[in-house]
Write a protein that binds this ligand. Sequence first.
Ligand code: AMP
Ligand code: GLY
Length: 442
Amino acid sequence: MIGNKVLVVGSWAKAQITIENLRIRNLNIRIFAYMSIKNPAIISLVNGYKIGDFNTVNDVVGYAKKQDIDLVIVTTAEPLSVGLVDALEKKKIKTFGPRKQAARLETNKAFTRKLMKKYEIDTIPRFRVFNNVDDAVQYAKDLNWNVAVKPVGLTEGLGVKVFGDQLKTKEDISRYIRQIFSERGDSKVLMEEKLTGEEFTIQFFVNGNYIIPTPAVQDFKKLLVGEKGPNTASMGSYSDSRYLLPFMTQKNYDDALDIVRKTLAAFHSETGEICQGFLYGQFMITKDGIKLIEYNFRPGDPEWMNTLSVLKNNILEVIHRLLNGEKMFLQFEDKATVCKYIVPRSYPKKLYEVLDVSFEEWMIKKEGVSLYYSCGIDDQGKLNIGSERGIAFIAKGKTIFDANEKVEQAISLVKGNFYHRGDIGTKELIESRIDHVKELRQ
Ligand code: AMP
Ligand code: GLY
């Protein structure tokens, strides 16, 4: 068994719920956190913590050494993209997360698309990668402007813009391509055919070609009711009891698993390296079957809250068995979940804002709702969203609607100036998703 001193790297809600999970049936565990902000909830849960910069890999490694850590669990992309896992391994510190090469499945969207194309994993939109504005604009024109425009690297969920959503006209498309090269200073842009359909997420524990899947979750990235407004890092999510969503078939789920298995095998053939860590796949049900939208090599936020609030296993045990090459199934409570973020009214236009709210936590808990923080305490002692969002409210229920009612009831107890999406998890919304998929299948 892996020893009992664990370091969780990550500042936000998904790190918080990971830490909570690690305490399930493990009273002797000692948990440390490396965070980029002061998350008030995490501070109250851990045996020790350090605030630092995720890009300063040596500082994270130094902290792990100082605390004599047995296992490091990485829940956030930034340190993975700069080689944290490689650096920890060099110091013989056991880690659960992808090495820098494998993290490219998330950190380099062009790499992933090209890999899948080369290995004929024929479940992706048409795409091309460009290193100049004119050719990229010409490609958009060739696709009749029906495109998704993507900076190639990490964008914290805010960089992808799609025609008809964030980009209304062809001028918007050309302007955004130009902006990627000039303001963001990127050297490449990924241009994709715009797909239409219904999206879902599946998260996995991965070691080499072996994957342990978790239930599907649906994530809501748009700020406003009815999938309108700018993209956010996500406003909420739901999952159903068992593994599927109300609009999904078992075949949809199995097809998504097949895409992941093929991608991992392709990655191994291409690089000789293995993948390890929490893999997040975002998929779309389209009229032509399941397509891959993107991979992240970390848990999803808020999806990880849906998944861990019903997971009965202790993650430390899962990782231990996975790293030992043992096969296993996870056990989940037979419950639906709904998660919603409360955010400042100026989000996502303005980040680093104070979340000016007050509530009695015991009253929220009495409603059967748990809170997870994607915000920190600033120098004035106020809750500040930093580069993130706000507070996630999550409930379990017999159905998605039951869970939603609990979350809404809890949010109604919050005083102050905030916004949340009322529609996620309502009957109307779910029915519209079911109808949408029926239309696609016709
Ligand atoms: P990503 O950061 O790649 O997950 O993209 C953010 C969001 O943009 C996704 O959740 C999708 O809703 C949308 N998106 C990304 N790629 C496409 C595409 N090729 N067609 C349509 N929508 C897309
Ligand atoms: N929910 C989207 C993400 O974690 O990237």
